[in-house]
Design a protein around this ligand. Sequence first.
Ligand code: PHB
Length: 397
Amino acid sequence: MNQPLSNDQSRRDFIAGFGALAGFSLLTLAGCSRSDKVRVGFMLPYTGTYAQLGVAIENGFRLALDQQGGTLGGRDVEYFRVDDESNPAKATDNANKIITRDKVDVVVGTVHSGVAMGMIKVARETDTLLIIPNAGADAATGELCAPNVFRTSFSNWQPTHPLGKVMVENGHRKAVFITWKYAAGEQAVKSFAEGYTAAGGTVVKELFVPFPNVEFQALLTEIAALRPDAVACFFAGGGAVKFVKDYAAAGLKGKIPLYGSGFLTEGVLDAQGDAAEGIITTLHYAESLDNPRNKAFRAAYLAAYDSQADVYAVQGYDTGLLLIQALEKVGGDFTNRNAVIAAMEGAVIDSPRGRWTMSKAHNPIQDFYARRVENGHNKVIGVAWKALEDPALGCKM
Ligand code: PHB
């Protein structure tokens, strides 16, 4: 039960309360206190077919900060999280939750292109800083590009653009492309077709399964009947495991070579086992990249999380590196928005994937590697495209 306060006690509380109020007003007038924590919001999938990808991104981000004492521009960091379930229907609500309820300074998210589209809308409306650590939605750094929207991963146009050239060089001129029917798959196949056709190949059929379904049997039977020179695809996470295993179980492995954007074999090789051997992919990372930065990163990630880093971990890590660089430049002052943005635009990221820079549209300009699965590892077999820059169609900034 509450006891009535003595006069003395009331006076002391009044003075303390007044002091706190005055302090608060000063902080409010100043815009923010340098002793406040930086509020970082992760909007990522923590359940569903992309759950493992979301976790790797968060792990990578935290590792980058932890390696620098856990701070950003000298300020402590407070983390907020929302599970977006890779569900576009909930994207706007979830983005509003983390921006309005948790009042974050920056949102880091997400994996799924459809969810990212909802996030971009909210970020533009609320002028919140958004860093996309995976989702490739072309529009994010194309027609919807904005000063407050950055990406540290790739556009969907990028990973499959060099793939066709690699396939034609290997003598495969007739290909089927199979993927999930949503933005990432549709944009991946569009870009693949452009690059493949330009290199002299023909896409004989495009096949789609609804996201996140993994019932591939009927389409694998169709592929067997079509007898293309090769199959190319976009799948990732849990769906990639199932597709690669089903491809082998259907008797297609060894008969019709399988290619893809490198997500097909990222973070899932143990689960895919022998079924993945020989698959050739193109991606902006490979665990076998022979540079000291990558080796140090992989060792630190393994020590911190007892699991092997993959491209998603690298993208999360680079998101951390980007913010570290930018906030160091502005002395931790997030309210100095134009300077934060300018610092991010001019950032050079010394990444485990190799050094990359930010395009005018805020998307990485980076090398793409050709990789082949050998003994359970993505072995680099060449550079498929140097310094590949997304065309950023429709971006006016
Ligand atoms: C996407 O939806 O943009 C997406 C998801 C998973 C990936 C790559 C792209 O591995």
